[in-house]
Design a protein around this ligand. Structure first.
Ligand SMILES: Cc1cc2nc3c(=O)[nH]c(=O)nc-3n(C[C@H](O)[C@H](O)[C@H](O)COP(=O)(O)O)c2cc1C
Length: 154
């Protein structure tokens, strides 16, 4: 049976966050064909998407020391509907920032602690233009999520 993955992302269309996402998706695809992936801009992601997904990838730019409003809105509207129904889900986080990113990581980690999700790897923080190292880490994050779900590690 294939593993089900949801990628929820904020940021400008065609921006840096989307480049991180593309790398993560490449990592997912490199694992083979044993997955189903839904890629959703945060404003379009639904509670049903979240309940469907076995693994979750989150990506956001930092805006004013915090995650994008779109991703925060996704958390705001999904918290009560999914309460107690996604506990233990593995997730990975990618953050694109101009010069910092720490506030965003802290805030997302605090929220997902409330959801009882488990990080599959440390967050990928990319400051400035995504370079080869950051993209490789995103790729690895996507691949790790699939591999761990396939093998039952998560
Ligand atoms: C409204 C706004 C607020 C921002 N605030 C921060 C910030 O607080 N800290 C930071 O490091 N970068 C900040 N940035 C820079 C973005 O995080 C950075 O350019 C990011 O790579 C943009 O990702 P995107 O191209 O996917 O939108 C801000 C950008 C915008 C547009």
């Amino acid at each position: 049976m294939s593993v089900t993955l949801l990628l929820v992302y904020g940021g400008q269309p065609g921006g840096r966050t989307e480049r991180l996402c593309a790398a993560a998706v490449a990592g997912v695809r490199a694992t083979g064909e044993n997955f189903e992936l839904r890629e959703r801009p945060a404003l379009q992601a639904s509670v049903e998407d979240l309940l469907w997904a076995q693994g979750i990838l989150l990506a956001t730019p930092e805006h004013f020391g915090y995650m994008s409003g779109a991703l925060k809105h996704f958390f705001d509207r999904s918290f009560y509907p999914i309460e107690g129904r996604t506990e233990g889900r593995p997730y990975g986080l990618m953050v694109s920032a101009g010069n910092d990113g720490s506030g965003t990581i802290t805030a997302v980690e605090r929220i997902v602690t409330g959801y009882r999700w488990r990080a599959v790897a440390p967050p990928v923080l990319c400051v400035g233009e995504p370079d080869a190292t950051a993209l490789a880490r995103c790729e690895e994050l996507g691949a790790t999520l699939v591999a761990g779900l396939e093998t039952g590690v998560f």
